[in-house]
Design a protein around this ligand. Structure first.
Ligand code: ATP
Ligand code: MG
Length: 416
């Protein structure tokens, strides 16, 4: 029987060796798959022989989960990129050493940054010590910082509202998130608003003070001679007219700016319209020896406009032209077609406007010749009303002038 025992022993040892070899091969396979996953690659197959075959679906599930996480991370990164690049505000992330970790496209554009900024000191990249200081304070105190920054880019002033908030990244390192918002327009509007209020107050104060002075004078002197009384009343009348004109102009401007009034468009025959204007203003000009001429091209098409508003435009333009043109001078009203527009103009042979003033005459309350305009009872609002009305019609208005020779105001209205 010893041969039988020997046979069994050989069989057992062979089986054990075979199992051991299979286990080692399966282990190698598992290690290979794990190494491939760890290297970030995708294993070609998850097949594992017995006795570790049960690990195969588990490793496949690990890889699936990893692929899913990778996909989610890619999506989150893509979303972050979309948010950063579609943000109007400039964004900068700085680390605890105040070097740049991230800037978005808006900030690059806003501050005209060079392409390589990652890892560079904020101070070197922005060249704005105030921003660098804000970041330092935010990092030190853990408190958000806010400030306004005024910079010159392409020779224009830009005002930026800057805020630096402390933050920590995923590894817990301190940093700061800095936001830059362009508030140039808002600041400009705020200035315009302040100027406007100051101008209105000033314009109201002058006639009101004169008014008050004369009323007191009349009260204190009940026996005032008739002639002086007549003078007083004519001054009061002149200034109440001035106040009335100012309030009317302000209301018109306010309505136009709020666009509360819709235009009541209707077809307008330019030739007929300008003809009527020449007729009316020739009689209105009275004693002033000014020659009013019409210069009309033959192909001027119809326009669709709010007639009352366009009448107001030409009343303002002709009022200026007559005001500033001395006796013996000439005023021309003209029209011609220019592509999809009708070009209209009011040309005078008055004193003209200096080019330094010419760029401002459409602004509210701007008067090139202040003394003269006031003496004529002008509010300085006429041309800004003109500009608003023409803009509301989809057209534009401009002025050319030769100082000492005359001024032309050009109005363009779309055909149709
Ligand atoms: P308002 O029109 O309210 O009576 P105004 O005539 O002073 O006042 P605008 O019509 O807005 O105000 O004109 C602004 C300024 O432009 C005027 O004060 C004047 O200095 C200048 N200006 C306008 N038109 C002429 C012109 N034809 N010739 C010379 N200067 C002009
Ligand atoms: Mg005017």
């Amino acid at each position: 029987m010893p041969w039988l025992f020997g046979f069994i022993l050989v069989v057992v040892i062979s089986v054990w060796f075979a199992r051991e070899r299979a286990l080692r091969s399966a282990q190698k396979r598992v290690i290979h798959i794990l190494e491939t996953i760890a290297a970030g690659d995708n294993p070609q197959s998850f097949h594992i022989e017995a006795p570790l075959a049960a690990l195969s679906p588990k490793l496949e599930a690990v890889e699936d989960e990893k692929a899913h996480l990778r996909q989610q991370r890619r999506l989150a990164e893509a979303n972050l990129q979309i948010i950063l690049s579609s943000m109007q505000d400039g964004v900068l992330v700085a680390d605890s050493r105040r070097t740049v970790r991230l800037v978005n496209p808006s900030l690059r554009k806003l501050l005209e940054l060079s392409s390589e900024v990652f890892g560079q000191p904020v101070l070197e990249v922005l060249r704005e010590p105030d921003v660098d200081k804000m970041i330092a304070v935010a990092l030190d105190t853990g408190q958000p910082q806010e400030s306004e920054l005024s910079i010159i880019r392409s020779s224009t002033e830009i005002v930026l509202a800057v805020s630096a908030a402390p933050m920590r990244d995923a590894s817990g390192e301190k940093g700061a998130l800095v936001l830059f918002r362009d508030v140039t327009l808002l600041t400009r509007l705020e200035h315009v608003r302040r100027d406007f209020v100051a101008n209105v107050s000033h314009e109201l104060r002058t006639p009101l003070a004169i008014f008050q002075g004369w009323v007191e004078n009349l009260q204190d002197n009940p026996e005032m001679p008739r002639e002086d009384q007549a003078t007083a009343f004519s001054v009061l009348q002149k200034h109440s007219k001035r106040l009335n004109a100012l309030v009317e102009d302000l209301l018109t401007l306010a309505r136009l700016e709020a666009r509360r009034e819709d235009l009541e468009r209707q077809p307008l025959q330019i030739a007929e319209f300008l003809g009527e204007l020449v007729r009316d203003w020739t009689t209105r000009s009275g004693s002033k020896q000014v020659n009013l001429r019409l210069e009309l091209a033959s192909d001027v098409p119809e326009v669709s406009v709010d007639r009352l508003r366009i009448e107001q435009v030409f009343t303002n333009l002709l009022d200026n032209a007559f005001k500033y043109t001395p006796s013996g001078g000439e005023i021309t009203l003209g029209a011609r077609r220019e592509g999809d527009f009708v070009q209209l103009w009011v040309k005078d042979s008055g004193p003209g406007i200096l080019s330094a003033d010419l760029v401002h005459i459409f602004e509210r309350f701007y008067r090139a010749d202040k003394a003269r305009s006031r003496e004529h009872g002008g509010t300085g609002l006429g041309l800004s009303i003109v500009k608003h009305i023409i803009k509301a019609h989809g057209g534009d208005v401009s002025a050319t002038s030769q100082y000492g020779k005359g001024t032309t105001i050009h109005v363009r209205l779309p055909v149709g």
